[in-house]
Design a protein around this ligand. Structure first.
Ligand code: NAD
Length: 480
């Protein structure tokens, strides 16, 4: 049975590049039916703060595969990012961004053929932020075991399906031992299931530097949401143009395919936009839908047009390019080359690409660790007291179950035995732990908070301290 996809033309250059992509899909006889929906600026401005009207949701939920052109997010508060809403609502946990250079036909200082697999749902993009004191705001970084398992397994399965040899994990677990530590640990555990694939871990800072300098070192890269967002833009940019790179957003039940670039309002309606990114996203969609023959036919025709020097303005270069064309003409050039193989650039073959199937995460199968409450961090807003004076005030709240043992400011220990040179804000983490051999209960925390309120201590939040299977599961103070 023919597969029906939902598509949206979006804003800015969206309608122009989508028209080109759909014409190519039709000319290549993709086994598809097409259902158009309207999302984006018009919906936002008509009062729909999500930018996605009900009819669009109905179509996406029914067809489960969505080809989306870029959207303009109106300036000003109150408008939620439609992309983040779609990714999170549909559980599109995996953002896959292949980046391949096309030298000498598209200028780049580098040689690369890599794929960034970015976690798409959690990390700092959970969007949980609070102002806590006059001076300090916070954003909660959430990394989950299921989230990490899904994305890391996806990266290894992607490598297997596409005949790739190495999966590099990027994290910052030398600093964030709990969050990035979990991501790295899950990478090590899952990596063991793939002995045929080379494994490598880099700290994100040197990893990003090496991606920008020697991208040929990399094959598949798996990383958390924010790092992936940054490094995938770096690799797309140094590959030649943001107008070339497509991406897929894959979940257990839904998938969305799009260009990595935005709606480019500066060149809207001029027939000069490069439709390549959306064409490449369509190729990824065809592979996802199990139509590899059509996918490689389109991709090889596209490579033919590129190597013949038929270029849109963003990649046109005197001497290298043979013909400056518009969006429509470039699309037609791809159609004219369907069935042809590139002579210089490496042709693609997707016949052996296997479908990626992940096991569903089953919480019941995961052993519940033995969790024990061993103390509490009470965060306090105080713009006046010194660390020693704050300690004196807080020691009045001590009990044998919860006794002040440490104060930090922005993570650095300032009491006991702090350095007077340490700069302090009005945001204090005050750690209370029991005397030796004494057990803590949640009621002790409630009692501590009650005493804090009575003692005029501005307690702004608490974080419980736990061990799991006897292992400490919270950070120490820097300098502790
Ligand atoms: P942009 O990617 O739209 O444009 C950046 C630059 O690249 C511009 O100079 C533009 O002309 C050029 N460019 C982009 N795509 C091109 C193409 N296909 N061919 C030729 N040149 C191209 O980024 P921006 O200007 O920061 O954002 C514009 C709008 O897009 C904003 O409203 C932003 O919120 C939105 N946006 C949407 C998405 C999405 O829907 N997935 C992603 C990013 C930005």
């Amino acid at each position: 049975m023919r597969k029906t996809i939902t598509y949206a033309k979006g804003d800015g250059i969206g309608p122009e590049i989508m028209d080109a992509a759909i014409k190519i899909l039709k000319a290549a006889n993709a086994d598809l039916e097409y259902e158009e929906v309207e999302i984006g600026e018009k919906a936002y401005l008509s009062g729909n703060t999500s930018g996605i009207p009900k009819e669009a949701w109905d179509s996406v939920l029914k067809n489960r595969v969505f080809l989306k052109a870029p959207i303009t997010t109106p300036q000003g508060g109150g408008y939620k990012s439609l992309n983040v809403t779609l990714r999170k609502t549909l559980g599109l946990f995996s953002n896959v961004r292949p980046c391949k250079t096309l030298t000498p036909y598209v200028q780049s200082k580098h040689h690369m053929d890599l794929v960034i697999v970015r976690e798409n749902e959690e990390d700092l993009y959970a969007g949980i932020e609070h102002q806590q004191t006059n001076e300090v705001v916070q954003c909660l970084k959430l990394i989950s075991r299921p989230g990490s398992e899904k994305i890391i397994r996806y990266a290894f399965e992607y490598a297997k399906a596409h005949g790739r040899k190495k999966v590099t994990c990027l994290s910052k677990d030398n600093i964030m031992k709990q969050t990035d530590g979990l991501f790295h640990q899950v990478y090590n555990e899952i990596g063991e299931e793939y002995p045929e694939i080379e494994k490598e871990h880099m700290i994100i800072d040197i990893g990003a530097a090496r991606l920008a300098d020697t991208p040929e070192h990399f094959d598949v890269v798996v990383t958390a949401n924010l790092y992936g967002d940054v490094v995938s833009d770096i690799t797309a940019q140094i590959a030649g143009s943001v107008g070339l790179a497509g991406s897929s957003n894959i979940g257990e039940d839904f998938a969305m395919f799009e260009a990595i670039h935005g709606s480019a309002p500066d060149i809207k309606g001029q027939n000069i936009a490069n439709p390549s990114a959306l064409i490449n996203a369509s190729v990824m969609m065809l592979n996802y839908l199990g139509q590899p023959k059509v996918a490689e036919n389109i991709q090889n025709a596209w490579l033919c047009a590129i190597e013949e020097g038929i270029h849109t303005k963003d990649i046109y270069k005197e001497g290298t390019s043979s013909q400056l064309v518009g969006t429509k003409e470039f699309g037609q050039a791809v159609i004219d080359r369907l069935g042809k193989m590139p002579q210089h650039l490496e042709p693609v073959s997707y016949q052996n690409v296997t479908a990626i199937e992940l096991p569903k995460y089953d919480r019941k199968e995961v052993r519940q660790k033995d969790k024990e409450l061993v103390g509490v961090d009470m965060f306090v807003d105080d713009a006046v007291l010194s660390p020693d004076d704050l300690a004196k005030k807080l020691q009045a709240l001590d009990s044998k179950e919860l006794k002040l043992s440490m104060i930090t400011n922005r993570g650095v220990k300032v009491w006991p035995d702090g350095f007077k040179e340490t700069f302090c804000t009005d945001h204090w983490r005050c750690r209370f732990t029991p005397e030796d051999g004494v057990k803590v209960s949640p009621k002790d925390i409630v009692s501590l908070l009650g005493k804090a309120a009575d003692g005029n201590v501005d307690a702004i939040k608490t974080e419980n301290l736990y061990t799991f299977d006897g292992v400490r599961a919270y950070s120490l103070g820097q300098g502790q």
